[in-house]
Write a protein of this length. Structure first.
Length: 214
C-alpha cells in the first residue's frame, strides 16, 4: 500500500522508489532532436500558461519531452488530449481542473506530476494552505461543497472506479453534463500520466520539490 500521510519519511521513501534511480528509458539528445520537440512543447505550454508565455530555451524544455518524442505519433495524440483539457477549449474552471489533478497526483504519489501541478495551481490562485488540505482530501474541513465533490470524484475513481450518486449530484449543482464528463476524462488522463511518469522514473525538473511541494 502507498503511504499517503505526507510525512517526511513517507515522502523520502516514495521519491527514492520513483525517482531515486536512473530513468528506465533515457532521453534522446537535445540538440539532435530539437526540431521534433520545440513545436509540440510550445503548443502544450501555450495551453497551460497562455499565449503570452515566453518561449522556452532548449535547456528549459522538460526532460519528459525528450523521452516521449521517441514515439511521436502516440505522444502527439496523447498531448492533444492534454492540450484540449488544459487550454481554452477545456470547459472546467482552472481551479476545478487543478484540484482534480492535484488530488489524483497525490493519491498516486506521483512526484513529477505533483511537483509541477502545485506550481500550476498557485498560478490559478490555489493557496499553499489549500494544497496542504488536498493531501487530506475531500474530508478536510474548509472546502466548499463543490470543491469537496471535485476531490471526492478523484478519490472514488481511485477506490471504486466510478463516481457515486451523491458526488455526481453535488457536481451537477455547478457543472453541466459535458463538464462532468470532462472531469472524468481529466482524472483518467492524469492517472495515465502518473503511470508512465512513475514507471519510466522520469526525473524531477530543476526547482521542483516533488512530493514535498506545497
Amino acid at each position: 500500500m502507498i503511504d499517503l500521510s505526507g510525512s517526511q519519511a513517507a515522502t523520502a521513501a516514495r521519491e527514492q522508489e520513483v525517482v531515486g534511480q536512473a530513468p528506465r528509458i533515457p532521453p534522446v539528445d537535445r540538440e539532435a532532436n530539437a526540431e521534433a520537440v520545440i513545436a509540440p512543447t510550445g503548443r502544450l505550454r501555450e495551453a497551460i500558461v497562455g499565449k503570452d508565455a515566453p518561449p522556452m530555451t532548449l535547456d528549459q524544455i522538460p526532460e519528459i519531452m525528450f523521452t516521449m518524442c521517441r514515439w511521436p505519433e502516440l505522444w502527439e495524440r496523447y498531448m492533444a488530449v492534454s492540450i484540449h483539457l488544459q487550454g481554452p477549449q477545456g470547459r472546467l474552471e482552472p481551479r476545478d481542473r487543478q484540484l482534480a489533478i492535484l488530488r489524483t497526483a497525490w493519491l498516486l504519489q506521483a512526484p513529477f506530476e505533483w511537483g509541477e501541478h502545485v506550481k500550476t495551481s498557485k498560478r490559478v490562485g490555489i493557496t499553499g494552505e489549500e494544497v496542504e488540505r488536498v493531501i487530506t482530501g475531500s474530508s478536510a474541513p474548509g472546502w466548499s461543497a463543490h470543491d469537496a465533490a471535485i476531490l471526492r470524484a478523484a478519490e472514488e475513481l481511485r477506490e471504486r472506479v466510478m463516481v457515486s450518486d451523491e458526488t455526481w449530484s453535488e457536481l451537477g449543482q455547478k457543472l453541466d453534463d459535458g463538464q462532468c464528463v470532462e472531469l472524468l476524462i481529466l482524472i483518467g488522463q492524469f492517472t495515465t500520466t502518473a503511470y508512465f511518469q512513475n514507471s519510466l522514473r522520469l526525473q524531477l525538473e530543476p526547482g521542483s520539490e516533488g512530493l514535498s511541494a506545497r
